[in-house]
Write a protein that binds this ligand. Structure first.
Ligand code: UD1
Ligand code: MG
Length: 430
């Protein structure tokens, strides 16, 4: 890995209209910047992220997830612009790949293509029917001459449809020499990184243009762009999992987090949402179920099941309207209408409809432990903390508020009584 990567992420991103920095907006559960860092890590061990707006917040977020990233704080009040961003940046390797933090769809393959063959400067270009907003690439006799920002274009240049996609691979020595020479004499009074192209041309270097796929290199600037990028990312994630052997019914209705993984044979029905770092192994997730940050193995969930974070579900059947949170269920059946929170439940146990673990007393959360082969009757409330040993039977409608021992029956019910012919007294004869 003899290339360094510099990720530009100092811009404000005003068009997002958000208090969250643009690069921290998420696509498929992961911030745009993290997608860029992941792509960069596939080809480099020296990554520098340039920050300015909300620098501390972004740096903390990166440091919580990655090790060994270098940060560079742009002196944006004195040196605004993409060229100003690179002032004083030192990289380890002899070539640097410069990319933007708001390009979440970029792939390692495309980045690799920009670094080969080795050239003094390679720049990414896109042919665009509507080039509005992009820097135009002035090419004559087959050679790149300069990049002109839209706001600085003369009318003839505005008509150019070959645009700068904003990613470059450049020899370190040229970068270090040209960056201090940039000026801000342009419409925006900014230091443009793009001006290094004409400096290099003036010194006789040839700029190598690399045509790149628009979908990957299109920057995200607004929430509309964000939604479009999400659609692209979802399509990519689901296609890859289907090729790896996951069955999906009506995949366009399914959401899968970029951090989720599948093993064995899995079947995902329509309308399912799989969020966070979920791990699904040989399981069937039925229509409109939601799995968040959980481990599901050799189990079926749904339709309309909800598995909340930090749950482990093994050899288990979860039916409709069952909510599970931070619980470990092994060999359990919970077919209908239940809330299982902060619980550990063992093999052969059956939870009837309407079973609720009362895990919260308004101040703290408490654990419920249920052993093997326990039959929990419908509409049972289990007031935690409570431990129920193996081979226990709990009658329908019971409120369990003490530990139960092996072989026990628990029953708590007001005695039922009947009043003969009350119906007719109340409604009269029909
Ligand atoms: C830039 C290019 C333009 C290209 C376009 C492609 C320049 C001068 N122009 O324009 O030719 O067509 O990208 O998307 O480079 N940033 C900083 N510090 C700054 C300003 C920006 O780090 O002071 C970062 C931003 O966070 C962003 C990237 O640089 O990640 C690009 O900035 P942006 O303002 O989007 O540049 P454009 O005007 O779109
Ligand atoms: Mg831009």
């Amino acid at each position: 890995m003899s290339i360094s990567v510099i990720i530009l992420a100092a811009g404000q991103g005003t068009r997002m209209k958000s208090t969250t920095p643009k690069v921290l907006h998420e696509i498929s559960g992961k911030s745009m910047l993290f997608h860029a860092i992941d792509a960069a890590q596939a080809l480099s061990d020296d990554i520098t992220v340039i920050l300015y707006h909300q620098a501390q917040r972004i740096q903390e977020e990166i440091e919580a997830h990655y090790e060994g990233i270098t940060f560079h704080l742009q002196d944006a009040s004195n040196y605004p612009g993409t060229g100003g961003a690179l002032r004083g940046v030192k990289v380890k390797h002899t070539r640097a790949l410069i990319l933007n933090g708001d390009m979440p769809l970029i792939t390692p393959d495309s980045l690799h293509a920009l670094t080969t063959p080795e050239a003094d400067i390679t720049m990414s270009v896109i042919e665009m029917p509507n080039p509005t907003g992009y820097g135009r690439v002035v090419i004559s006799e087959g050679k790149v001459h300069e990049i002109v920002e839209e706001k600085d274009c003369i009318p003839a240049q505005k008509a150019i449809k070959t645009v700068n996609a904003g990613v470059y691979c450049i020899r370190r020595e040229l970068l270090e020499r040209y960056i201090p020479l940039l000026s801000n004499e342009n419409t925006q009074a900014e230091y443009y990184l793009t001006d290094i192209i004409k400096m290099a041309v003036a010194e006789g270097y040839t700029i190598h243009p690399a045509i790149v796929p628009e979908v990957e290199f299109k920057g995200v600037n607004s929430r509309l762009d964000l939604a479009h990028a999400e659609e692209m990312m979802q399509r990519r994630i689901k296609e890859a999992w289907m090729m790896a052997g996951v069955s999906m019914r009506l995949p366009e209705t399914i959401y899968i987090d970029s951090r989720a993984t599948f093993e064995g044979e899995c079947f995902i029905e329509n309308g399912v949402s799989i969020q966070g770092e979920s791990r699904i192994i040989t399981s069937h997730i039925k229509t409109y179920s939601i799995i968040e940050q959980s481990h599901i193995e050799n189990s079926s969930v749904g339709p309309l099941g909800r598995i909340r974070p930090l749950s482990t579900i093994k050899d288990t059947h979860i039916g409709n309207f069952v909510e599970v949170k931070k619980s470990t269920l092994t060999g359990v059946k919970a077919g209908h209408l239940a809330y299982i929170g902060d619980a550990t439940i063992r093999e052969g146990t059956n939870l009837g409809a309407g079973v609720i673990t009362c895990n919260y007393d308004g101040k703290k959360k408490y654990q419920t432990i249920i052993g093997k082969n326990v039959f929990v009757g419908s509409d049972t409330q289990i007031v935690a903390p409570v431990t129920i040993e193996d081979d226990v039977m709990i009658a329908a409608g019971t409120t369990v508020n003490q530990n139960l021992h092996k072989g026990d029956l628990a029953i708590s019910r007001a005695k039922m009584r009947t009043i003969k012919n009350f119906f007719y007294k109340f409604f009269g004869e029909k």
